[in-house]
Design a protein around this ligand. Structure first.
Ligand code: NAD
Ligand SMILES: CC(C)[C@@H](O)CC[C@@H](C)[C@H]1CC[C@H]2[C@@H]3[C@H](O)C=C4C[C@@H](O)CC[C@]4(C)[C@H]3CC[C@]12C
Length: 369
């Protein structure tokens, strides 16, 4: 076994390292990667919590930067052995323009790839998304599918389009020669709906329930299953892929893997209630309280209001035609490709994932029962 100095030799870069997933990837690397010498955290918005990480044995370097700026990305990547690229605009609520989503998610990813090639970084792990696959614009269900399940992945919304383009760039870059003449090895991970500590949408649902007297009103049939995965297990898969990519380059290079764990298959709303219920909220209705046509009308009204109010304020409710269609379309995965290719097993059981998420909601919302 190499001594500690030899063991700690690797430099990792995590883009988007201050985001919901990024922070969990950063903390997981510090806990689980013994070969880490330096951890670079690149983000447009650096979090104050980073300071607490600088007291450990691993050098933690916070870099405030923009993935749309190629020179900033190249400076951050130079000298890194592995890049985990999670930075992106996760916007299906109309908060940012399609152009900005494309600029960050596609051009930003292009900049990361070119930085790896120009500076000699050989291993790139990209956080893709289930949405690269679906649900598609036809609302066709994807029922417990895997990485090889045939499905017509057709998108119009800027976010899934950007994720699909970025993933394609990453996979096509596999095998390109980097500075020094060795091949770049890339891999893309496709989480389904991530939940856990720091999930802003979960927080939004909780606040909505509080405003409605502790109640949420069912809008989606309970029969519509939506895949969810705990953030800690997604972070763990990123760490494992980054570790195994060098030794299993021939098998893993250019591959995509769904991120999965043992979280149960439920509708989006019923799944959220696994955490919001113990925090005092109740989901009213065993079936949708409003007819679908009325939900569609309200969703369209939200789009109109967003447009009218834009000069004054950002109005971006959870309900819009895209989110309604997504929530109403079954999309679940059932696969073991990550286990077969690099020995992935969820680090957190469903019970642990559920407990940790409940505790987070209770702690941040002061709703401990
Ligand atoms: N949240 C989910 O359910 C989910 C599911 C599947 C995939 N993903 C993917 O995971 C990744 C992280 O998502 P998240 O939910 O943690 O989102 P998030 O918004 O919490 O984190 C994204 C991070 O990227 C940073 N960022 C944004 N634009 C940047 C730029 N121009 N330059 C540098 N940094 C920038 C943000 O500051 C933020 O810290 C994204 O690529 C997203 O597409 C998320
Ligand atoms: C208002 C109701 C109709 C309510 O049920 C809407 C829920 C809606 C906000 C969510 C339903 C499905 C979610 C998406 C899904 O989990 C997968 C995603 C891919 C990921 O890359 C980013 C997040 C998201 C788009 C996620 C966003 C919230 C939903 C649309």
């Amino acid at each position: 076994m190499a001594d500690s100095a030899q063991a700690q030799k690797l430099v990792y870069l995590v883009t988007g390292g201050c985001g919901f997933l990024g922070e969990h990837v950063v903390r997981m690397l510090l806990q689980q990667e013994p070969q880490l010498r330096e951890l670079r955290i690149f983000d447009l918005h650096l979090g104050p919590w980073l300071e607490e990480l600088k007291t450990g044995p691993v050098q933690v370097t916070a870099i405030q930067g923009d993935v749309t700026q190629a020179h900033e990305v190249a400076a951050a990547v130079a000298g890194a052995h592995v890049v985990i690229h999670t930075a992106g605009l996760v916007d299906v609520f109309g908060k940012t323009s399609p152009e900005t989503i494309h600029e960050v998610n596609v051009q930003g990813t292009r900049n990361v790839i070119e930085a790896c090639v120009q500076t000699g970084t050989r291993f790139l792990v990209y956080t893709s998304s289930m949405e690269v696959v679906g649900p598609n614009i036809k609302g066709q269900p994807f029922y417990r599918g895997n990485e090889n399940t045939p499905y017509e992945a057709v998108h119009r919304h800027p976010y899934p389009c950007s994720k699909a383009l970025a993933e394609q760039l990453v996979l096509e870059a596999n095998g390109r020669k980097v500075l020094g003449g060795l091949p770049l090895v890339t891999c893309a991970l496709r989480p389904t709906g991530i939940y856990g500590e720091g999930h802003q949408i979960m927080r939004d649902f909780y606040h909505q329930g509080l405003r409605l007297g502790g109640r949420l009103f069912r809008a989606i049939p309970a029969s519509v299953e939506h895949g969810r995965v705990y953030v800690g297990n997604v972070a763990w898969m990123h760490v494992l892929v980054a570790r195994e990519l060098e030794h299993r380059a021939a098998l893993m290079g250019g591959q995509v893997y769904f991120c999965y764990d043992n979280s149960p298959y439920k509708s989006y709303e019923d799944f959220n209630m696994e955490f919001l219920g113990p925090c005092g909220l109740r989901l009213v209705g065993t079936r949708p309280l409003l007819p679908y046509w009325l939900l569609l009308f309200l969703a369209a009204l939200n789009v109109l209001l967003q447009w009218l109010l834009r000069p004054l304020l950002l109005y971006a409710p959870l309900l819009n035609p895209y989110t309604l269609a997504m929530a109403n379309t079954t999309f679940t995965v059932s696969t073991d490709k990550a286990r077969r290719h690099f020995g992935y097993e969820p680090l957190f059981s469903w019970e642990e994932s559920r407990t940790r998420t409940i505790r987070w909601v209770q702690a941040v919302e002061g709703s401990a029962q």
